[in-house]
Design a protein around this ligand. Structure first.
Ligand code: UT7
Length: 329
């Protein structure tokens, strides 16, 4: 008997209206549109309003995904939120989203795996659905990175943006998730972090004055790991599925830097036309990047029923992962 797979049955996204362009950044720090475009591929990014936190963006994306799936909020049994910009350290952003969308029957928790969070969360949801614990799941990747960005640090503030993406998952008769490969390397944990505000360095006047509540990144070092590990994740997930790059209709990656994606494409032998790019419009949205990219490939009709797609991400932790899906919508 054919084994039932878990598939994506609804997609959603939310991008804040406010656009911050490279030209706007030229007025804030010593940078240029030319440097940002050539070094990263980013032209503009979205910035959430002061009133909105990660759960507000996530709830809006979730509502779109639920509508797309034709499910009521009450029907949702599992709600996982991937974020590194939670509304608060606790309770979980997933619980705030639950309250906002009135998904009162869902079990809710967050997952912290930085830019790979969405792929980790998909994999966790897939296991819960496969083993029959829950019948459906809502997975949200949401970030308000503007809240943890040091707007005086030109080496990071040009890179990030705000946004959210969401999917609804269920067991499906055709297509679905074929394989997932995940990895982590805590040895490299210091390459991208927020030093203060946790139990290691609680918030104090001196941590605020030292700007230790903003993200700190060793970009050049991360770049090398990103190329190697995104390529490895995509290849390993495909191998687990018994497939190769030749079978792939679209690679839908985390969007940190266009040069990373060009290097990954070269490494795995995939033409750039098969890599979905939206970094130009949104920058790096951490766990929301891959989620929003998937939403756009569906909404812009880039993928069709039966296509093999690969979601791939890399981020702080380090964490990395890839998921191979036969598109069934
Ligand atoms: O989301 C997952 C985790 N994150 C990543 O995967 C990010 C990976 N890293 C990167 O994308 C790139 O390393 C960056 C875009 C962050 C930086 O690019 P780079 O080619 O590695 O540049 P760099 O940091 O080596 O800096 C090159 C030069 C430096 O000047 P000097 O020392 O050569 O004189 C920087 O000071 O560019 C300078 N620079 C800038 N200049 C203008 C750094 N940021 C800026 C800026 N505008 N915004």
């Amino acid at each position: 008997m054919k084994k039932e797979r878990v598939g994506i049955v609804g997609v959603g996204a939310y991008l804040p209206e406010k656009i911050l362009t490279n030209y706007d950044l030229e007025k804030m720090v010593e940078t240029s549109d030319e440097w940002i475009i050539t070094r990263t591929g980013i032209k503009e990014r979205r910035i959430a309003s002061d009133q909105d936190a990660a759960s507000d963006l996530g709830a809006r994306a979730a509502e779109v995904a639920l509508k797309d799936a034709g499910l009521t909020p009450e029907a949702i049994e599992l709600l996982i939120c991937a974020t590194i910009t939670p509304d608060m350290l606790f309770p979980s952003t997933a619980c705030f989203i639950q309250r906002k969308i009135k998904a009162k029957n869902a079990v809710c928790f967050d997952i912290s795996a930085a830019c790979t969070g969405y792929i980790y969360a998909l994999n966790i949801a897939e296991h819960f659905l496969k083993n029959g614990t829950y019948r459906n799941a809502l997975v949200v990747g949401t970030e308000k990175l503007s809240a943890i960005t040091d707007w005086k640090d030109r080496s990071t503030c040009v890179l990030f943006g705000d946004g959210a993406g969401a999917v609804v998952l269920k067991k499906v008769k055709q297509g679905g998730i074929i394989s997932t490969y995940l990895g982590s390397d805590g040895e490299q944990a210091d390459l991208l972090k927020i030093p203060a505000g946790g139990s290691r360095m609680p918030a104090s006047l001196s941590t605020v004055e030292a700007r230790l509540h903003f993200l700190k990144m060793e970009g050049t070092e991360l770049f090398k790991h990103a190329v190697r590990l995104m390529a490895e994740a995509a290849e390993k997930a495909l191998a687990q599925a018994g497939l190769t790059c030749k079978d792939v209709a679209y690679l839908i990656p985390h969007q940190a830097n266009i040069r990373i994606l060009q290097a990954v494409a070269k490494k795995i032998g995939l033409p750039m036309e098969k890599i979905y790019l939206n970094i130009e419009k949104y920058g790096n949205m951490s766990s929301a990047s891959t989620a929003v990219a998937l939403y756009e490939t569906v909404k812009f009709k880039k993928i069709k029923k039966g296509d093999i797609i690969v979601l791939v991400a890399f981020g702080s932790g380090l964490t990395w992962g890839a998921t191979v899906i036969e598109w069934a919508q």
